[in-house]
Ligand binder design. Structure first.
Ligand code: NAP
Length: 233
């Protein structure tokens, strides 16, 4: 039996859990969330390192044997902060928070999680990135913090893929873009999304699971969109 671990219980994260349970009923699907809401939950706040070890210990107690791990957490806005339209709106604390949730936290947790992954295990580890994190594709500007955090995430993924190719040759890392998807994260920005271009969480998760299946066992360190096309870094 193999395990799937989904980090985050937002719109797309929840849909990954549901779709994976349907596709692969023999696997265990484990999920982390920031706040407890039931029994046997894995509590993890990627900006709070004190939650890392208890989560790792719990995974160990579950005899965690992953075949796939998906980082589906993310931060674009909150009740008081919106993505920056111009340099004037730069706020160091907010930008630091976005960077911690989207890029630094996941890699800090990965450093601990890798201790649970034997050197010869075949594990696919996907991180939800975003097309706006592509430096070469940046046509519109704006969204300084979010763009920078996803570009940083992409660089961390690429760098880790090189290290793991030496130590864990069967681990595959992927940066994935789900497309604009109807979740809390995109809600304030949906008005200008063209008709038919706003995906449901179920569609986005399902499309990305198809992509993951199609590239499984292939090159590590790819940046791919929901339709399987490659995105330039
Ligand atoms: N929706 C889109 O259009 C779109 C487009 C491109 C890329 N993406 C990416 O897709 C991913 C999933 O986004 P979504 O649309 O599903 O957003 P969402 O519904 O807002 O979910 C985001 C999740 O991130 C979790 N989170 C926030 N801070 C965290 C922290 N410190 N530690 C652990 N988890 C934390 C939230 O937990 P709580 O529930 O506890 O707040 C929530 O479960 C993100 O990386 C996002 O950047 C989304």
């Amino acid at each position: 039996m193999s395990d799937l671990l989904v980090i985050g219980s937002g719109g797309i994260g929840q849909a990954f859990v549901e779709q994976s349970n349907i596709r692969d009923p023999d696997s265990r699907v484990l999920q982390t969330r920031r706040n407890a809401s039931g029994e046997a939950e894995f509590i993890l706040d990627l900006t709070d390192p004190s939650t890392f070890q208890p989560c790792i210990d719990q995974l160990k107690a579950f005899e965690f044997k992953p075949s796939r791990i998906i980082f589906a957490q993310g931060l674009l806005h909150n009740d008081t902060q919106r993505p920056e339209k111009s340099l004037r709106e730069m706020d160091l604390d907010w930008m630091t928070e976005v960077m911690r949730v989207n890029a630094l936290g996941p890699m800090a947790f990965m450093a601990q999680l890798m201790r649970l992954i034997p050197r010869q295990s075949a594990v696919q580890i996907a991180f939800l990135s975003a097309r706006v994190g592509s430096i070469s594709d940046n046509q519109l500007g704006g969204w300084y913090g979010y763009r920078a955090s996803k570009a940083a995430l992409n660089m961390l993924i690429k760098t880790l893929s090189i290290e793991l190719s030496r130590t864990h040759p069967k681990v595959q890392l992927l940066a994935l873009h789900p497309g604009t998807t109807d979740t809390e994260l995109s809600k304030p920005f949906q008005a200008r999304v063209p008709e038919g271009k706003l995906f449901s969480s179920t569609f986005a998760a399902s499309a990305l699971l198809d992509v993951m299946e199609s590239v499984s066992g292939g090159q590590s360190g790819q940046f791919l969109a929901w339709d399987g096309t490659s995105i330039p870094w």
